[in-house]
Design a protein around this ligand. Structure first.
Ligand SMILES: Cc1cc2nc3c(=O)[nH]c(=O)nc-3n(C[C@H](O)[C@H](O)[C@H](O)COP(=O)(O)OP(=O)(O)OC[C@H]3O[C@@H](n4cnc5c(N)ncnc54)[C@H](O)[C@@H]3O)c2cc1C
Length: 435
């Protein structure tokens, strides 16, 4: 039977900067449609990647892959299809007192997206990436073969797939370990600091904390550069699994670009700092892990031209100097980071393209405007000088040279692509980076 003509749809990146008219394809009975036989394609899941990693003329959607195949509620093991959102997984497992072992800053990503980016959370310094908890994966490669892989079976495919940004095949299924919890709440403590040196001291003093993340006042400069609120979190043990009803705000339209400016953001940051400084409280998992999820379409705040998130890591030994230099460059430029987040990362894993390495990672949101790309190229030079790298899940503009300098295992990754004949898997990002 002939495949139906695929729907043509305008797809955007989460940063709203990229948009492309793509043909949407779906697996049918677990098979890749014939129409893709001679075409390049990539998975586009829930589109929460900030850049161009899930965009191409032909994309495979995974929102029909939502089956929970097996849930061992005693041992905390989940086997399911990859199109499930983390929010759907959480709804299923928390009543049984389990949670995700690793949570990124939004629950509106799919399991496939979490694996392809090998996501990290506020506990990377203690727990590592999502792939650390994977028992096995099923990956459908372009020639139609479905391959099981894990840390012990088809190992090279596993190492390339976790963090491989969809370039090794369609992840259709995953089995992974969950984290036991005794409450749906987190005991949260905040520590206010007045400059980067103090902020780094907090990271050093509290690195045994289960969850650790700093919000940096991106407008602070000179002796206040790196002024921050650091959030520390531990799972509560009060057996409270109630979910408080929370109001959802929605951004119906793109904001006119003048609304976000240095004055409005200074006022916001001042309010945020005062409201959150040095407090102890008990907060629901949703507000601790996913504060931005309470605002629908918050990415429209940056206006029609969109925004990019620049996330890089600097190795631990030079962490302070590198981050200081980057924040100083931002301060002396005309570009404003509207949201700046600092995290401590633990040891890197063996996956070929996973982002985390032992060090400090900073993520900054910049509105797209004139001169931004040249400015970010300048920051890339600093990151390279310190032997750091940028995160592929947030990227939409880094050069091939900068990418190759930061990721020393590209050769092994390309060997896997060759071995399994994966060249047809391409995104706008992979073409730019020469993968
Ligand atoms: C508000 C916000 C906060 C975030 N916080 C964090 C964070 O704290 N830590 C972190 O690590 N990341 C974070 N991210 C990044 C996000 O976790 C990744 O970009 C994730 O990959 C997005 O998943 P998605 O399902 O939306 O996939 P998409 O954006 O659609 O795709 C992302 C990549 O995954 C590939 N992919 C998706 N599904 C599959 C599949 N089934 N098989 C093969 N490849 C697949 C795509 O081809 C693409 O390369 C954040 C993103 C947002 C918007």
């Amino acid at each position: 039977m002939k495949d139906k003509k695929p729907l043509l749809k305008n797809l955007k990146s989460w940063g709203n900067y990229f948009n492309i008219n793509s043909h949407l394809h779906y697996l049918k009975n677990g098979k890749i449609p014939n129409l893709l036989k001679d075409e390049e394609f990539i998975v586009n899941a829930n589109g929460r990647g900030y850049g161009d990693s899930s965009l191409n003329d032909n994309v495979v959607k995974t929102d029909n892959l939502k089956e929970i195949i097996f849930f061992d509620s005693e041992k905390g093991i989940l086997q399911c299809q990859s199109g499930l959102l983390l929010s759907e997984v959480i709804n299923k497992i928390t009543p049984y007192k389990w949670f995700l072992p690793i949570s990124p800053g939004t629950k509106f990503i799919t399991l496939g997206g979490a694996i392809a980016a090998d996501v990290h959370g506020k506990n990377h310094h203690k727990a590592g990436c999502f792939s650390e908890f994977i028992m096995s994966l099923k990956v459908l490669i372009p020639n139609g073969t479905l391959i099981s892989c894990s840390k012990t079976e088809n190992v090279s495919l596993f190492l390339a797939t976790c963090g491989g940004m969809g370039l090794t095949g369609i992840i259709t299924e995953v089995t992974f370990r969950l984290k036991p919890i005794k409450s749906a709440y987190i005991n949260q403590k905040t520590v206010a600091t007045t400059n980067l040196e103090e902020t780094f001291k907090v990271f050093e003093n509290f690195d045994t904390s289960t969850y650790l993340v700093s919000w940096i006042d991106g407008m602070s400069k000179n002796s206040s550069l790196g002024k921050a609120i650091t959030f520390l979190g531990e799972h509560a043990t009060d057996d409270n699994f109630e979910n408080p009803t929370s109001k959802k705000i929605s951004i119906p339209k793109y904001f006119p670009s003048f609304i976000l400016n240095s004055i409005s953001i200074k006022l916001h940051n001042l309010y945020y700092f005062i409201r959150n400084a040095n407090k102890e409280s008990k907060v629901h998992l949703n507000s601790f892990f996913y504060p931005l999820d309470s605002i629908d379409n918050w990415n429209r705040i940056y206006g029609k031209k969109g925004f990019v998130q620049y996330q890089i890591v600097i190795p631990k030994k030079d962490g302070y100097q590198g981050i200081f230099k980057i924040l100083s460059e931002v301060q002396s430029s005309k570009h404003i980071s509207y949201l700046t987040i600092l995290k401590l990362l633990g040891k890197e894993n063996e996956n070929h393209l996973s982002f985390p390495m032992e060090g400090y990672t900073i993520a900054m949101d910049f509105k797209v405007n004139k001169g931004l790309w040249t400015f970010l190229d300048k920051l890339d030079v600093i990151v390279s000088e310190y032997n750091g790298r940028a995160y592929l899940a947030k990227d939409g503009r880094m050069s091939k040279t900068f990418f190759e300098k930061g990721y020393p295992r590209i050769k092994e990754f390309n060997e896997v692509r060759k071995k399994y004949d994966l060249e047809k898997l391409q995104s706008l990002q992979s073409k730019r980076l020469g993968l």
